[in-house]
Ligand binder design. Structure first.
Ligand code: FAD
Length: 273
């Protein structure tokens, strides 16, 4: 076993293709316990630079240090309560270094998984009497799946709302699960929006446009009792940087304040890039 392979401490248990360029990967530690984590935290995944790239990715220049394990952060999508595997929701960045290699992984392959998980993008500092509004584009939904799978209790006074944006309906990962939760739990509202409805092969009956447009149209208030006011709500933003900037502007204009470790607020932001 080469030194590099010896470091690969986890096994791919499942690989679900959501759409071309979007996968849900489940990994289990090989011979060690998954550490406890707070929903919203991230793990670090790694795979050797010598590993092949997925066929649908850009060619890469020769790597200076091909033997080195390439490591990147990924939000955990699985429940911290069930804790039977670690689930990650990953988008292919065709020009990227690691994702083209992760997309070539198959069930049974080994990979490197960080032995502990970190991050402050959690419900930890949200008082239990505050409602929670989870806004994301693309794989920015991952931390929210972990939060809902771990913390959502149907019919509690605390309301959760998820607004998720993607280009196409087929890129809306976890849609079936979220639609089911929305139907079963009166205190959960799920709104999905697509930004390229003209490319849908069949008519799309849901929301269209960018998240910020959905927000400004008042869709959340129209479809639920959720008011999204700074007095009783904490908002989370994760995903595309321009969505984050625009939504943070709109929300701070409404009286929300960005949460920082030493300066608590009710607007929580996770930046992937
Ligand atoms: C805390 C944290 C959590 C993260 N969680 C997730 C997650 O749950 N799922 C996920 O897919 N990614 C997540 N990321 C992003 C991830 O760590 C990598 O940056 C991403 O997978 C690209 O890696 P790469 O090596 O293929 O590309 P790189 O070679 O590292 O990057 C190439 C360029 O691609 C761009 N880029 C990075 N991420 C994206 C993206 N998602 N979409 C479009 N362009 C991008 C950036 O401009 C970057 O400079 C997270 C990042 C952070 C910091």
């Amino acid at each position: 076993m080469s030194g590099q392979t010896a470091q690969l401490n986890a096994i791919v248990a499942q690989r679900i293709e959501v759409s071309p360029g979007l996968i849900i990967l489940r990994a289990v530690p090989d011979g060690w316990e998954l550490p406890d984590f707070e929903p919203g935290q991230f793990a670090v995944l790694g795979w050797p630079g010598t590993a092949p790239r997925h066929e649908v990715s850009d060619p890469e220049e020769e790597r200076a240090n091909p033997d080195k394990i390439i490591r990147r952060a990924y939000s955990i999508a699985s429940s911290s309560v069930a804790n039977e595997h670690l689930e990650l929701y990953i988008v292919l960045v065709p020009s990227g270094v690691l994702t083209p290699r992760l997309f070539a992984l198959s069930v049974g392959d080994r990979l490197w998984l960080s032995p502990k998980f970190s991050g402050l993008f959690t419900l930890d500092e949200v008082p239990p009497d505050q409602h929670v509004l989870l806004i994301s584009t693309g794989t920015g939904l991952a931390p929210y799946m972990s939060m809902l799978r771990s913390h959502l209790v149907c019919d509690e006074p605390r309301r959760f709302a998820v607004i998720h944006g993607a280009r196409h309906s087929w890129d809306l990962g976890y849609r079936s699960e979220l639609m089911t939760l929305d139907r079963m739990c009166a205190n959960l509202t799920y709104i999905a929006t697509i930004s390229r409805p003209e490319e849908e092969p069949a008519p799309w009956a849901g929301e269209t446009g960018y998240i910020q447009e959905v927000w400004q149209r008042g869709v959340l208030e129209e479809s639920s009792e959720f008011r999204g006011s700074p007095e009783d709500t904490h908002v989370f933003l994760c995903g595309n940087p321009s969505m984050i900037i625009t939504m943070a502007d709109l929300l701070t204009g409404r009286g929300f304040k960005e949460h920082r470790r030493n300066d608590p607020g009710n607007l929580h932001v996770e930046r992937y890039w």
